[in-house]
Design a protein around this ligand. Structure first.
Ligand code: TMP
Ligand code: MG
Length: 215
């Protein structure tokens, strides 16, 4: 109706190491939500479609080299350039299901173990971005991840790096995260994922405010 303010959408995030199944779960969740009449969109970071995203893509495919600090800031800037759109979508009632975000940003850079680029440094450029209403961290042991077949060709897709990434995610873990055992059938995981997402959607409809990282 005219003048009616739409209830805001929820910002639902999936995080985890490579091959934990988060892209599959995120995609399925969008379809399930839509089927239930919840307007939802799939987002992912990095967004390789923007000018900055293209630089990130080149870096990940080892077509270019960059200083570790510079690529970290570029990943963060790739979120900042989409912040206004993200906020507009949420405010208009769209639920955003996101595949990776600032937590991956920090976990991957910190995992490099570069002097000076610790978690605190990594978080700084992310402070002030929208904070997810739900964060589902898909947890898979390195052994179970290895059973899922070979890595891709991109930078960071090595056993050594993934081990360090897992350690940084664990160091960052906060009480409000939902930790999901990813070593189960996709359907079973989706049931849990849907429950968590619907609960976030409900809270946002009821007026839950959008918070900011890391405040
Ligand atoms: P993708 O495989 O989900 O497209 O992500 C590409 C790689 O980029 C993946 O190895 C995780 C890494 N990454 C970062 O290093 N920093 C970030 O901020 C994000 C979002 C991803
Ligand atoms: Mg990948």
């Amino acid at each position: 109706a005219a003048g009616k303010v739409a209830a805001r959408g929820a910002f639902v995030l999936f995080e985890g190491a490579d091959r934990c199944g988060k892209s599959t779960q995120a995609m399925r969740l969008v379809h399930t939500l839509e089927a239930r009449g919840v307007e939802a969109e799939l987002w992912r970071y990095p967004d390789r479609a923007t000018a900055m995203g293209k630089m990130i893509d080149q870096y990940l495919r080892s077509k270019s080299e960059m200083e570790d600090g510079a690529i970290h800031l570029l990943f963060a800037a790739n979120r900042w350039e989409k912040k206004a759109l993200m906020e507009r979508k949420l405010a208009s009632g769209v639920t955003l299901v996101c595949d990776r975000y600032s937590y991956s940003g920090c976990a991957f850079t910190a995992a490099k173990g570069v002097d000076g680029l610790d978690l605190e440094w990594c978080r700084a450029p992310e402070v002030g971005l929208p904070r997810p209403d739900a964060l589902m961290y898909l947890e898979l042991s390195l052994e179970d991840a290895a059973k899922r077949g070979g890595f891709g060709e991109e930078r960071y897709e090595t056993t050594e790096m993934q081990r360090a990434v897992k350690a940084s995610f664990e160091a960052m873990r906060e009480d409000w995260w939902d930790v999901i055992d990813a070593n189960r059938e996709p359907d079973v995981i989706q049931d849990e994922v849907l429950r968590i997402a619907l609960s976030a959607v409900e809270k946002c409809r009821a007026g839950r405010e959008l918070k900011r990282l890391w405040q």
